[in-house]
Design a protein. Structure first.
Length: 186
C-alpha cells in the first residue's frame, strides 16, 4: 500500500520520538545515480557481516565527517572512494536531500550525484561485502514502499522498507530513498 510522506527527517519520524538535535554526529552519504541504458540505477552497498554496527545491511556509500572534510560533499565523495573505489571524477554532484537523523546518533546529509559510465568499483573488504545497482524506477514506484516493524529494546519500532529481489533495503537507507522519492516526484 502506498505510504504518503512529507520529508522524513529521521528514524524517529514513524515512532513519535523527537531527539535532541545536539546529540547527533555529522555524516554524509553519496546517493549515486548511475547513468545506464536504458535507465538510471542507484548504486548501493551491502555491509560486511562483521561490522560493529549495521552488519550486513544495505547502505549508500558514506560515513562520518572527518575534520579534514570541508563539507558534506567532501565527506560523501571521500567515503565513496574509500568504501567502493568509485573515483569522484565520475561523479557530478547535484546537491543535498534533507538531512536524516538515525537511531544510532548520526545526522546524515545525503548528497545526490550523477555517476557517468566507465567507472570501476573495488569494495573495501573490511566494510563492504557487495556493491550492486537497483533501477531508480523501483524506488520511484510507491507500490514498492512499505512500513515494517520489529521489536527493539522491548518496543515496536516502525521503519520504511523497499525490498528489491532478495535485497532487504530498510531503515535509514529506505528513509533517505523515501525523501528522494518525495523530491523527485513533487
Amino acid at each position: 500500500m502506498p505510504v504518503p510522506h512529507p520529508p522524513l527527517g529521521s528514524d524517529f519520524s514513524l515512532n513519535g520520538v523527537v531527539p535532541s538535535p545536539a546529540a547527533f554526529r555529522p555524516a554524509a552519504v553519496l546517493v549515486p545515480l548511475v547513468v545506464r541504458e536504458p535507465a538510471i540505477t542507484v548504486l548501493l552497498t551491502q555491509r560486511t557481516d562483521d561490522m560493529p554496527s549495521h552488519a550486513g545491511q544495505i547502505a549508500f556509500p558514506g560515513g562520518r565527517t572527518q575534520k579534514e572534510d570541508a563539507d558534506a560533499v567532501a565527506t560523501a565523495l571521500r567515503e565513496t572512494e574509500e568504501e567502493v573505489g568509485l573515483s569522484r571524477t565520475f561523479v557530478d554532484v547535484l546537491g543535498a536531500v534533507d538531512p536524516y537523523r538515525t537511531g544510532t546518533g548520526y545526522e546524515i546529509t545525503p548528497i545526490v550525484g550523477i555517476v557517468r559510465p566507465g567507472f570501476t568499483t573495488h569494495a573495501d573488504p573490511r566494510e563492504v561485502a557487495d556493491v550492486f545497482e537497483v533501477p531508480l524506477a523501483h524506488f520511484l514506484d510507491e507500490r514498492n514502499h512499505r512500513i515494517d516493524s520489529r521489536l527493539y529494546q522491548g518496543r515496536e519500532r516502525r521503519y520504511y522498507a523497499m525490498p528489491y529481489g532478495d535485497r532487504y533495503i530498510w531503515g535509514a537507507t529506505a528513509g533517505m530513498l523515501k525523501n528522494l522519492h518525495f523530491v523527485l516526484t513533487s
